[in-house]
Design a protein around this ligand. Structure first.
Ligand code: BES
Ligand code: MN
Ligand code: MN
Length: 462
């Protein structure tokens, strides 16, 4: 039996134990945005450091101003690339809790009507189940062969879901320890349940929150209505002006740096046979929104967006209250593509907002640090190896896809550590990440582990 076949056989034989370990991690309530779960985040970090060390990847918990990082190494100067595997142990909040069919932190295996077995728990797909695919592959490799085929470092963070505020300072302070030849990231999806994928484009993001204030207190809307400014209306006006009738974003200079995808890439994507009906149908919708004249795949992969993620102001309780609120709020995020500059987008947004706020009113901004979009060259040597490994495992050619979501760190890997990222993940559109009843298919977990074993093996080859 070849080495890789032995490693794969061990992965198959150990699957139940691998699941037990994943369940232990899923039980930890590592919600990074909510300070109430700070100790849980620390517990998840400690659990991972212990786990890595026990399999032979010497790891430690590293404190930051926020939640801790976990860093591990197993390197001996082997030929081939030294890779840094990245994942995040933090998860999104679980609300609305009443929509879960179970406790989000009591993982269970659920069998769907079509026979699909799924691991249901918060973080199962984003990102604990995914990061454990790599850990389990490394475990099997070391247990079976005594070593990993290439030098490996590991970085797990606990603030991805809250914008990774501690990450830049950490990368800066630990540059030499973390700068490897290539980052491996398991936090994206497959093309469909049978077809593996490598994400060669990832959208960037920049966000802003605005608070518009008018009168010095909430007012009676009869007594002052018509004379006093209403911040809700001002924010509505701001939002309404952000898109034109063709769905394009109106901010001056916004499309600077947006790159048209080469025709051969679009042609490759056309062959994937994307169905907008199925994509939207699964979430109860029918008609694609977004820029006119663009395909839905472009809407989610290659075009920038502006979304209002939240807006509030005035009376929200039962019944009515005739009030003009003193202030109103809205949260915005822009998804970025190509070479769009997050700083310039934010400046253009703020200038536009200020121009829409009447005299007598004020606007305050709460910034979120941005990250630019990322692309991997189509002739990157690691891409070929990743494709080969995935195609061997899944029996279907790996698709090279875009990813609409964002992983802030990968931009920093490139800019700060001059390191490209190979984005391979096993999530599916119906995994409900960030939503109630998040799940990860058992097949994603099992074949995900096998895939990483094959990727490591391929990377070691010349
Ligand atoms: N794993 C996701 C990114 C993702 C989303 C990949 C969808 C593939 C498909 C990641 O954990 C995430 O949620 N990122 C946030 C970043 C934000 C909180 C800074 C996002 O994209 O909104
Ligand atoms: Mn994630
Ligand atoms: Mn996420």
């Amino acid at each position: 039996m070849s080495t890789i076949d032995k490693v794969l056989a061990r992965i198959d034989a150990d699957l139940d134990q691998s699941l037990d370990r994943l369940f232990d991690l899923l039980k930890i309530k590592s919600i990074s945005t909510d300070p109430a779960y700070k100790a849980d985040c620390a517990e998840a970090a400690a659990w991972l450091a212990k786990e890595l060390t026990s399999i032979g990847i010497e790891a430690s918990v590293r404190e930051t101003k926020g939640h801790p990082m976990v860093v591990g190494h197993r390197k001996s100067g082997k030929p081939g690339p030294h890779v840094l595997f990245y994942g995040h142990y933090d998860v999104q909040p679980v609300d609305p809790l009443e929509l879960w069919n179970q406790d989000p932190f009591e993982p269970t295996i659920v069998t769907r009507a079509d026979g699909t077995k799924m691991i249901v728990a918060r973080g199962s797909a984003d990102d604990k189940g995914q990061l454990m695919t790599f850990v389990e592959a490394a475990r099997a490799f070391i247990a079976e062969t005594g070593d990993l085929p290439v030098d490996v470092s590991v970085l797990f963070e606990g603030e991805e879901e809250s914008g990774s505020p501690s990450l830049r300072p950490f990368l800066k302070a630990n540059h030499d320890e973390l700068a490897c030849d290539l980052a491996l990231v398991c936090d994206t999806g497959m093309w469909d349940a049978e077809t593996p994928a490598i994400s060669v484009m990832l959208r960037g993001m920049v966000g802003d929150e605005i608070i518009v204030k008018a009168a010095s207190r909430d007012l009676h809307s009869g007594m002052y209505g018509g004379a006093a400014q209403n911040p809700n209306h001002i924010i509505a006006n701001i939002i309404a002006g952000l898109h034109d009738e063709d769905g394009r974003i109106t901010l001056p200079g916004f499309y600077d740096g947006v790159i048209e995808v080469p025709a051969e890439v679009t042609a490759m994507w056309e062959k994937l046979g994307f169905s907008a009906e199925a994509f939207l149908g699964e979430i109860g919708l029918k008609y694609p929104r977004g820029e006119k004249g663009r395909l839905p795949l472009e809407h989610i992969w290659t075009r920038p967006t502006c979304e209002v993620n939240g807006m509030w102001g005035g009376y929200q309780g039962a019944g009515s209250k005739t009030v003009i609120p003193a202030e109103a709020h809205a949260k915005f995020t822009f998804r970025l593509v190509g070479d769009q500059d997050p700083v310039k987008v934010q400046e253009a947004f703020r200038a536009y907002v200020r121009s829409k706020v009447p005299a007598d009113c004020t606007v305050d901004f709460i910034a979120k640090e941005g990250s630019p979009a990322l692309r991997l060259d189509f002739d990157h040597p690691a891409l070929k190896k990743g494709e080969k490994a995935l195609t061997d495992e899944w029996g279907k050619t790996a698709a090279l896809v875009g990813c609409g979501g964002s992983i802030p760190i990968v931009g920093d890997f490139k800019r700060m550590l001059d390191m490209d990222s190979l984005l391979i993940g096993f999530g599916l559109d119906d995994d409900c990440i960030h939503s109630p009843n998040e799940k990860y298919n058992l097949t994603s977990f099992h074949k995900g582990i096998r895939s990483w074993a094959r990727v490591l093996e391929e990377l070691a080859k010349d």
